[in-house]
Design a protein around this ligand. Structure first.
Ligand code: 5RP
Length: 219
């Protein structure tokens, strides 16, 4: 069975009636959202905050009621994917370009549940290029400042054009090598003017649900 589908559907077990939930972005979150849609059609009552326009469209198609984050005090759980997960549950996210909204939603959540297939598990973060969302204004200078911190980086492109996020920003995909101290790097990066947010999620995930290629699932 598809490990992304396995983990996505399993995570939906954490949802109970009346919850306020966050819905992640990406090909793994897709399966969780489809499952939540099925549960809603079977009578589950939830309200959801999407982490991207893509997820908002999918959730609406599935009949899931959407709300603004400003309408709630806290979200009970958020289910989201990741590009890398280390043994301490530090994450790299943003492969799909939704890291800013994902981090805002995660920070407003009691329990962040991460759903990944086994290929995302690493001993140390850093093989996956770290996505950093930057303002279009002065982005080349922001890139220089990031590179001075020890990275090489590239502006993300799609179809030959610079990729633009849901927030009208750009993304720099950055190679820092192995990241020794994710917590420090995320703080340091966010002090650079022009950096809007970076894709390190340190100490945010509470539960990681891993789907294996042989059909096994681990929570
Ligand atoms: C989007 C993300 C995704 O959660 C991450 O890229 C994983 O995606 P997928 O489940 O498609 O592998 O952070 O910004």
């Amino acid at each position: 069975m598809n490990p992304k589908k396995l983990t996505g559907e399993k995570a939906a077990d954490f949802i109970t009636d009346g919850m306020m939930i966050g819905l992640g972005t990406g090909s793994t979150a897709y399966y969780a959202i489809k499952k939540v849609g099925e549960m809603v059609r079977n009578g589950l009552n939830v309200k959801a905050v999407p982490t991207s326009k893509e997820t908002a469209d999918l959730a609406a198609e599935e009949g899931i009621e959407l709300i603004e984050l400003s309408e709630v005090e806290k979200l009970d759980i958020t289910i989201d994917g990741a590009d890398e997960v280390d043994p301490d549950f530090n994450l790299i996210k943003g492969g799909g370009g939704a890291l800013l909204r994902e981090k805002i939603v995660a920070a407003a959540t009691e329990r962040l549940i991460i759903i990944v297939d086994e290929s995302k598990l690493v001993n140390k973060l850093g093989d996956f290029l770290l996505p950093i969302e930057v303002t279009p204004f002065n982005w080349e200078y922001t890139q220089k400042m990031i590179n001075k911190m020890g990275a090489t980086s590239e502006i993300r492109k799609k179809g030959g054009e610079i990729f633009v996020t849901d927030n009208d920003n750009y993304i720099l995909d950055c190679d820092f090598g192995k990241i020794e101290n994710p917590e420090k790097l995320t703080i340091d990066l966010n002090t650079i003017p022009g950096v809007v947010e970076n894709g390190i999620f340190a100490n945010m995930a509470e539960i990681v649900v891993v789907g294996y290629n042989d059909g096994k699932i681990e929570v």
